[in-house]
Write a protein of this length. Structure first.
Length: 324
């Protein structure tokens, strides 16, 4: 997942940390390397320059503090990237039973597969889950959901003869309270069109979902911003599931684009199997990108090394007096 971006960022960090002394020239080269890595990862140009300017501004205060500067500059890079991606993240918290999740999105982005992955995710956490096949537009959609449900031993509600998606919700709605989580797979189109909006709205009104998740492929890159904003305006989405994260160079662009659109990423799909789904955690994600195995230990170390102005002045006085 984002191997090229991760490798480029790790090399930048490695070269910086191995430098003997940190001055403004070293810092500028490091920031330029970070810029290049992010641009190659398809992150938007204006966002890249905003991140790099913030790093420069904050890091210049650390110049001249020898190895202490390195610790704090690494911390600054980490914090700036995490800030762009949403700080603490936005996880799904089950607040009631049944907790209803509606998946929406354009055709070909993996809604059906994602519905099974999310079902498996909650199933592994001890929750009783059901799937609802409400895609009445795509041929064989019902059969696919049934097959996926069989794979993970999750019941599937649906009617392959029914052409009105809202009627499917109405027909089986009385069974939903048996479950902790109900996940509804809806119809997609090749583009966001009025007939799709009307269909999803009717499903939403009947279902009254707790979460409306937009499923979109990470291979769309920076285009994820426009798509997320369009779905937010039309259907009031509460989050995004990014699929196709494996093997795409545009994943960095898609992730940052969703953040800019203020559409929180809830999950990322990292493979084809039903187990290939992760909750999106900005801190953990950035830590992995930068190759920092235990970032919390690093941050704690940076905190311990930080000295107050008073301590610094006292230290300077002792050195100048020869009584260090």
């Amino acid at each position: 997942m984002l191997d090229k971006l991760g490798d480029a960022l790790k090399n930048s960090m490695k070269n910086f940390i191995s430098s003997i002394f940190v001055d403004e020239t070293t810092l500028n080269k490091f920031v330029n390397d970070i810029q290049r890595a992010l641009l190659q990862g398809d992150v938007a140009v204006d966002l890249v320059f905003r991140i790099s300017e913030n790093i420069k501004k904050r890091a210049k205060e650390e110049i001249g503090k020898a190895h202490v500067a390195k610790e704090h500059i690494v911390k600054i890079v980490y914090e700036e990237l995490v800030a762009i991606l949403g700080e603490e993240g936005s996880k799904i918290v089950l607040t009631e039973k049944p907790f209803k999740i509606l998946l929406i999105g354009l055709f070909g982005n993996g809604k059906s597969t994602s519905s099974a992955k999310i079902a498996r995710f909650f199933q592994n956490r001890g929750k009783k889950v059901a799937l609802v096949a409400a895609d009445t537009y795509r041929p064989a959609a019902y059969e696919q959901i049934v097959q996926l449900g069989d794979q993970i031993n999750v019941p599937v509600y649906g009617d392959n003869k029914e052409k009105n998606a809202a009627n499917i919700i109405k027909k089986f709605g009385s069974d939903f309270p048996k479950y902790d989580v109900v996940i509804v797979d809806s119809s997609g189109r090749n583009a966001l069109k009025q007939d799709m909006i009307e269909e999803i709205t009717s499903v939403k009104n009947e279902l009254k979902p707790n979460e409306i998740l937009l499923v979109q492929g990470a291979d769309i890159g920076q285009g994820a911003k426009d798509q997320a904003e369009a779905f937010k305006e039309a259907l009031k989405i509460t989050g995004v599931v990014l699929t196709k994260m494996e093997g795409t160079a545009k994943g960095g662009g898609a992730i940052t684009a969703c953040s800019i659109a203020e559409a929180p990423i809830k999950f990322i799909g990292v493979g084809e199997k039903t187990t290939d789904l992760e909750e999106f955690d900005p801190k953990r994600f950035v830590s992995r990108l930068l190759g920092l195995g235990d970032i919390e230990t690093l941050l704690e170390k940076a905190k311990e090394l930080q000295t107050s102005k008073e301590d610094t002045k006292a230290l300077e006085k002792r050195i100048m007096s020869g009584k260090f």
